[in-house]
Ligand binder design. Structure first.
Ligand code: AP5
Ligand code: MG
Ligand code: ZN
Length: 205
């Protein structure tokens, strides 16, 4: 099962991907997570990526496409994968079609006006889990692993504005691209995390 999770920043891609990867035993591949890992380790890719991510712009295609191409060629992707945050523009989608066959594209649809609150209130754990301050009841550690939660460097109002405009101009056209390919599943992302998860599972079959 080769699946893409499509959706605006803050739509819930990462939240759902963690759960889906567990349910279907397939790897969750997030280009954002890969870049953040590289930034932390101060690799050459990390240095390049940071300069774009801090501004809310896309990391250049030649860097991003190569990373995904290599990642999907690894053994654990043989029975399927969940791509989160890739592709993000038409060029990346067309490149992906050259080296892998996507079966389903899950578009998590959330009213764009609600995203700023979701993103600025997000707290993340190094283990991959993410939370929202509204539901943490003042807790500052991860319910899954106990580690201290932190805020992503790009989760500030200024960067979010630029991420949303990149989404509208470059990523949203992919909805049409995959609709025409007959691969699109539209999910109402304005429901609770559990409800969104159930809807995805029932539509994926
Ligand atoms: P990336 O890490 O992919 O960030 P993003 O697309 O902006 O998406 P987010 O991670 O912010 O949102 P999400 O949909 O995962 O939401 P989450 O589940 O956490 O990319 C970061 C940067 O890396 C990019 O800006 C770019 O620079 C670069 N990059 C990455 N991929 C690239 C590519 N392919 N090409 C070029 N550059 C690339 O949820 C958000 C919050 O909402 C959380 O607090 C969560 O608890 C809460 N929440 C989730 N679901 C619900 C719900 N149903 N109800 C209420 N709250 C909810
Ligand atoms: Mg994410
Ligand atoms: Zn954790």
């Amino acid at each position: 099962m080769n699946v893409i999770l499509l959706g605006a920043p803050g739509a819930g891609k990462g939240t759902q991907a963690t759960r889906l990867a567990e349910k279907y035993s397939i790897p969750h591949i997030s280009t954002g997570d890969i870049f953040r890992e590289n930034i932390k380790k101060q690799t050459p890719i990390g240095v390049v990526a940071k300069s774009y991510i801090d501004k809310g712009q896309l990391v250049p295609d030649e860097v991003t496409v190569e990373i995904v191409k290599q990642r999907l060629s690894q053994d654990d992707c043989k029975n399927g994968y969940l791509l989160d945050g890739f592709p993000r523009n038409l060029f990346q989608a067309e490149e992906l079609d050259k080296f892998s066959t996507v079966e389903k594209v899950v578009n998590i649809d959330v009213d764009l006006t609600k995203l700023l609150k979701r993103i600025t209130g997000r707290r993340v754990c190094p283990c991959g889990e993410s939370y929202h301050v509204d539901f943490l009841n003042g807790k500052t550690t991860c319910a899954k692993c106990g580690a201290e939660l932190y805020q992503r460097a790009d989760d500030n109002e200024e960067t979010v504005a630029s991420r949303l405009s990149v989404y509208k101009n470059q990523t949203a056209p992919l909805i049409d691209y995959y609709e025409k390919a007959g691969k699109l599943l539209v999910i109402d992302g304005d429901k609770t995390i559990d409800e969104v998860f159930s809807e995805i599972v029932s539509k994926l079959g």
